[in-house]
Design a protein around this ligand. Structure first.
Ligand code: CA
Ligand code: CA
Length: 401
């Protein structure tokens, strides 16, 4: 028989677990070193053999995923899987939370993946995940660790496969194609959940897979993305790409009324969102440059022509020439200090610019098709940004002043 005191503490323990069920991070509480107390004679527990506490810090599982350092019991309770130790005494287990179709999670660092990931799949499927917000949580960052869906049609519309986000504030575009390495920020509205729905179509024969990491961001967290930023970068330098940016031409075509066909686009249609960069202390301006590849900025016009005919003049376009698909960089100057006199860029080349406009944001816009603008085989954009220390701005002004 267990002593009465044991029954009391067991009751408290169960009560604590019930509370924790609704929390994102299993709350810290004292845990006995030997967790398997049901199998032990209670006499060995009273008086207490000692308590252990450890922070529920982020840990790395044996497979290289992010987990949370929990006890075995805590990890089991939230339907996690244990993968390696995360405390020196062996009590803490790196707890991995993975969910798949039809499931939800209210835990930070949850992985949502296609069924049987990393095994690929084909055919008609619909798969939804629900992100339940933690208390006092405003946003979630969704990292597309793996994202392989069918290409859009020739106009950039995700007609066969799609990833649709519902319940988020802001403008989250419908996404398809190749997006491994991309990410988005979503915003909880009135503490309601957000659902991600991935649909695939048997009309396209393709082996798909996806695996997303969802990180919840507290409302008072400095890593919260500013309003209007679907993507947010914090490093001093980095590369930003339009969704489904890639090196291979989309096999779909654009068909005109007279049955003329041209190569389709990799750009996704109907997008309008901000790509923001956190301004590091001591940095006052930001430079945007096309990535090394000569076709890394192909937003409007005939990209196929640019690719196949060597020696063609570069095809940058700015300002009033950019009305369908374009990027916006506020108050830019060219690197020689000359004002651009417009904030819109399109065409098949991007000349490097610098801006001191804050916050650091690049806005990207695409319309509903490529038909009206006669765009052929656009790839989208890959741009590198470099934050410039404040003294560099002074130097630039002195040079141009
Ligand atoms: Ca285009
Ligand atoms: Ca377009």
């Amino acid at each position: 028989m267990y002593p009465k005191r044991f029954g009391f503490f067991l009751g408290v323990f169960v009560f604590l677990l019930e509370i924790e069920k609704n929390l994102c991070v299993v709350s810290d509480f004292d845990e006995y070193i030997d967790e398997d107390f049901n199998a032990r004679d209670s006499k060995q527990y009273w008086p207490k053999p000692g308590l252990v506490r450890f922070a529920q810090s982020v840990c790395t599982t044996q497979e290289g995923y992010l987990g949370t350092c929990l006890t075995r019991r805590q990890c089991t309770y939230i339907d996690g899987s244990q993968s390696g130790s995360c405390t020196s005494n062996g009590v803490g287990r790196c707890c991995l939370v993975q969910r798949t179709c039809g499931e939800s999670s209210a835990y930070n660092n949850t992985y949502f993946s296609s069924a049987n990931y990393p095994v690929t799949f084909n055919g008609d499927t619909t798969c939804s995940f629900t992100i339940e917000p933690c208390p006092n949580t405003c946003q979630a960052r969704i990292d597309f660790l793996n994202f392989v869906l069918a290409q859009p049609d020739g106009n950039g519309n995700c007609v066969d496969d799609s990833m649709v986000v519902t319940g988020s504030g802001g403008n989250v575009p419908i996404i398809c194609g190749d997006n491994s390495g991309q990410h988005i920020y979503v915003t909880f509205m009135n503490n309601n959940s957000i659902t991600i729905t991935v649909t695939t179509s048997a009309s396209v024969d393709l082996e798909r897979s996806y695996n997303f990491l969802v990180t919840q961001i507290a409302c008072d967290c400095p890593t919260l993305a500013p309003a209007g930023c679907l993507q947010y970068y914090t490093a001093l330098t980095g590369t930003v790409r339009s969704f489904n940016y890639g090196t291979q031409i989309n096999g779909a075509v654009v068909t005109y009324d007279n049955a003329t066909t041209v190569a389709g686009t990799r750009q996704l249609a109907n997008t309008n969102y901000g790509i923001c960069v956190y301004m590091q202390p001591g940095y006052c301006s930001i430079q945007w440059a096309q990535s090394a590849d000569s076709t890394s900025f192909t937003v409007t016009n005939n990209t196929a022509l640019v690719e196949v005919v060597s020696g063609l003049p570069a095809d940058p376009a700015t300002g009033f020439s950019c009305t369908t698909d374009y990027v916006v960089i506020p108050n830019p100057v060219y690197v020689n200090g000359t004002a651009v006199n417009t904030d819109r860029f399109c065409g098949n080349q991007f000349n490097t610019v610098v801006t001191s406009s804050k916050p650091f944001v690049l806005t990207t816009v695409t319309d509903a098709s490529e038909l009206t603008s006669g765009d052929v085989a656009n790839r989208g954009f890959s741009l590198t940004y470099t934050q410039l220390a404040c003294r560099n701005v002074n130097s630039l002004l002195m040079l141009t002043g």
